[in-house]
Design a protein around this ligand. Structure first.
Ligand code: SOE
Length: 381
């Protein structure tokens, strides 16, 4: 196997392209055990803007044509940081060209696209080409520790999970239109953007699959200022749901982008037979633990100790990490899998399972009834 650094191309240079650029720039320094990378090329539509971003974020070059980038022999890994409606086309073309793919969440804008992406990923996998989806909160050390504690039986069988991902950047009706508010580009609103993370966490933390969904969605602001005057908002501002799982748990799911005062609040509570865990993204280095060892109370564990997930790569105990570190961990996990010749997680199949739940939320909200999901539908794709 060649030992030259893997050439990375990031497609898109807005918010996510910037976060991922930071990760590709840092990963080799902090995770020297994984295959080395080169920041080969940053891709965007506007030549001047992408060139400026490439210089700022440490890329060797910039380009405006992603198809041409896929033909380059020095590009081994394609990182898709584009609006949802472009994920399937770019990711599937990259896999067909033999490039490993990291695709931002949600995997796709609808079920048909997600299923097609899974088929492409399976075909590529048989040729040793790897793919993963960017559910970066799996890489928060406290949430990775929570998963380990649940899996080891520390709180017993999980009974209840509360998931809330609340933002407020659309509270003001004068907030302008963006691609995130158009169904044809974003697929859905708070649902795809935020509930995708929350549902992924439910699956990640418990290992359960969702079996039923009862949901309501709302669009509180029907139109917003566009470049040529008012435009209709065609996605949800908020979604609320009750989920049941095949492990016998029940879960609440609340997502909103109009929750005034909640800038980017992801809170998760997991209640088991004899203990519970709690997480708040605004205090992301901490995990609240109540179990048989906490003397009837709840301990706040600062997840920065040796042996805690990911943290050995960084600083001495107590020197806290931030949101951007999750993307570095994501890059490291993908590179390690590529180096080991194993399949990284979350897979495109995981992305499809999340998509099935999001689709059931929409269906339940539209029909005003509970939607039952058929087990192992991904296997049938
Ligand atoms: C915007 O709402 C957004 O950046 C999401 O797209 C991210 O996935 C989430 O982590 C923060 O909010």
């Amino acid at each position: 196997m060649s030992t030259r650094p893997l050439g990375v191309a990031v497609i898109g240079h807005s918010f996510m392209g910037k976060a991922h650029s930071h990760a590709w720039r840092s990963v080799g320094a902090f995770f020297p055990d994984v295959p080395a990378v080169r920041q080969a090329v940053l891709v965007g539509r506007d030549a001047a803007r992408v060139a400026a971003a490439a210089t700022a974020y440490g890329w060797e070059s910039s380009a405006t044509d992603w198809r041409e980038v896929l033909t380059r022999d020095d590009v081994d890994l394609v990182d898709v940081c584009l609006p949802g409606h472009l994920h399937a086309e770019v990711a599937e073309a990259a896999l067909a060209a033999g490039k490993h793919v990291l695709c931002e969440k949600p995997l796709a804008n609808d079920l048909a696209e997600a299923e097609s992406m899974v088929r492409s990923a399976r075909l590529a996998r048989s040729a040793g080409v790897r793919s993963t989806v960017g559910f970066n909160y799996r890489r928060v050390p406290a949430l990775a520790l929570a998963r380990e504690l649940v899996a080891s039986g520390q709180i017993g069988a999980v009974r209840e999970v509360r998931l809330a991902y609340l933002q407020d950047w659309l509270t003001d009706a004068a907030a302008p239109m963006t691609w995130r508010l158009r169904r044809e580009t974003a697929g859905s609103g708070a649902l795809g953007d935020l509930a995708s993370h929350a549902v992924d966490q439910l699956r990640f933390l418990t290992g359960h699959e969702v079996t039923s969904v009862s949901a309501t969605t709302r669009t509180f602001v029907a139109q917003r200022p566009g470049p040529d005057g008012p435009e209709p908002v065609t996605v949800d501002d908020a979604a609320w749901a009750t989920l049941e799982t095949d492990g016998g748990a029940v879960s609440s799911l609340e997502v909103s982008r109009v929750a005034a005062g909640r800038r980017n609040s992801l809170t998760i509570e997991v209640y088991g037979e004899h203990g519970s865990l709690g997480f708040d993204l605004e205090r992301l280095n901490e995990l609240r633990v109540h179990d048989r060892d906490t003397h009837g109370g709840t301990a706040t564990v600062l997840v920065t100790d040796p042996g805690h997930p990911y943290v050995d790569a960084w600083w001495p105990p107590g020197h806290v990490l931030g949101w951007e570190h999750t993307f570095v961990h994501q890059a490291a996990d993908l590179l390690r899998a590529i180096g080991d010749g194993t399949d990284p997680t979350p897979s495109f199949e995981d992305g499809l399972e999340v998509q099935r739940v999001l689709s059931a939320v929409e269906q339940s909200a539209a029909d005003g009834r509970r939607v039952v999901l058929s087990p192992a539908a991904a296997a049938a794709v």
